[in-house]
Design a protein around this ligand. Structure first.
Ligand SMILES: Nc1ncnc2c1ncn2[C@@H]1O[C@H](COP(=O)(O)OP(=O)(O)OP(=O)(O)O)[C@@H](O)[C@H]1O
Length: 252
């Protein structure tokens, strides 16, 4: 399968302080990839680089034939401004902006698509609710509805199953499996290793830099997970501009 994404010695960070170092690798078109690592490992940072919110401090990220506007990105719910005065219906409708344009009218076809997306995530009846009134699980369902509408070939999900009940997680996981079956490339940052082992064929284990990347069973070994914890703990957050040798040594 051809590569959809290429990371070439990518370093990403904030205020010139690197948060993710020296990532090299490729994601095949149609892959279903889990991104795992301890808190602060750099998962959200890597996704922000991928979707164009953060520019690499060094190296490059190639999206192949895609444009950043072709990516459907589900941020962590903590990154959503819940006080923003917008209804569920209008928020989900922003998923159509790529096809209708910012000022595009909402024709019948667009209204039908929004209704179908809300039905698919079980949010019928929530259309007029301000987003700030939703529970955590309802918010996650709403974000998935927007991704559905975006109809994107590359889907990037940052902790999509956090703090939601088992039924909601199962419903949303079904959507992820459907996207994978449709040949879309799906990347998801996850903390539930059992879920990753059961449903994600490929995993990237990140701890500021890559620890392991490949078939999930080979990546999620006790040794690799313990190495990831050690690397995160050893990382110096105040490190200055990136240099090849400023990662903590992989050798103990
Ligand atoms: N906006 C920011 N400005 C400065 N530093 C940041 C910013 N966002 C994240 N960081 C730092 O970058 C590092 C990586 O954070 P990141 O959020 O990417 O980790 P993560 O793997 O997504 O963590 P978690 O599992 O806790 O969500 C952390 O040290 C974090 O404090």
């Amino acid at each position: 399968m051809a590569a959809q994404l290429k990371f070439r010695d990518v370093t990403l960070g904030y205020d010139r302080h690197p948060a993710v170092h020296h990532l090299d690798g490729e994601v095949a078109s149609g892959a279903l990839l889990a991104l795992v690592g301890p808190n602060g490992a750099g998962k959200s940072t890597l996704f922000r680089g991928l979707v164009g919110i953060l520019k690499p401090l060094a190296g490059s990220i190639s999206l192949g034939d895609l444009n950043v506007r072709d990516i459907a990105y589900l941020p962590q719910t903590a990154d959503i401004d819940r006080s923003f005065p917008i209804s569920v219906y209008d928020f989900v409708g922003t998923g159509l902006w790529r096809s209708t344009g910012f000022f595009g009218g909402m024709g019948k076809s667009a209204r039908d698509k929004i209704a179908q997306a809300l039905t698919a995530v079980g949010l019928n009846g929530f259309e007029n609710r301000p987003i700030g009134t939703l529970s955590g699980g309802q918010m996650q369902r709403m974000l998935f509805a927007r991704v559905l509408l975006q109809d994107a070939r590359l889907i990037v999900l940052d902790e999509p199953f956090n703090a939601i009940d088992a039924k909601t997680a199962a419903d949303l996981l079904d959507l992820v499996r459907r996207w994978h079956a449709e040949g879309r490339t799906v990347l998801a940052a996850l903390h539930d290793m059992d879920l990753v082992r059961a449903h994600f064929p490929e995993t990237l284990l990140l701890a500021r830099g890559p620890v392991a990347w490949g078939p999930t069973a080979e990546v999620l070994t006790a040794a690799n997970l313990s190495e990831a914890r050690r690397m995160c703990e050893a990382f110096d957050d105040s490190a200055a501009a990136c240099a090849v040798d400023d990662m903590p040594s992989r050798a103990a």
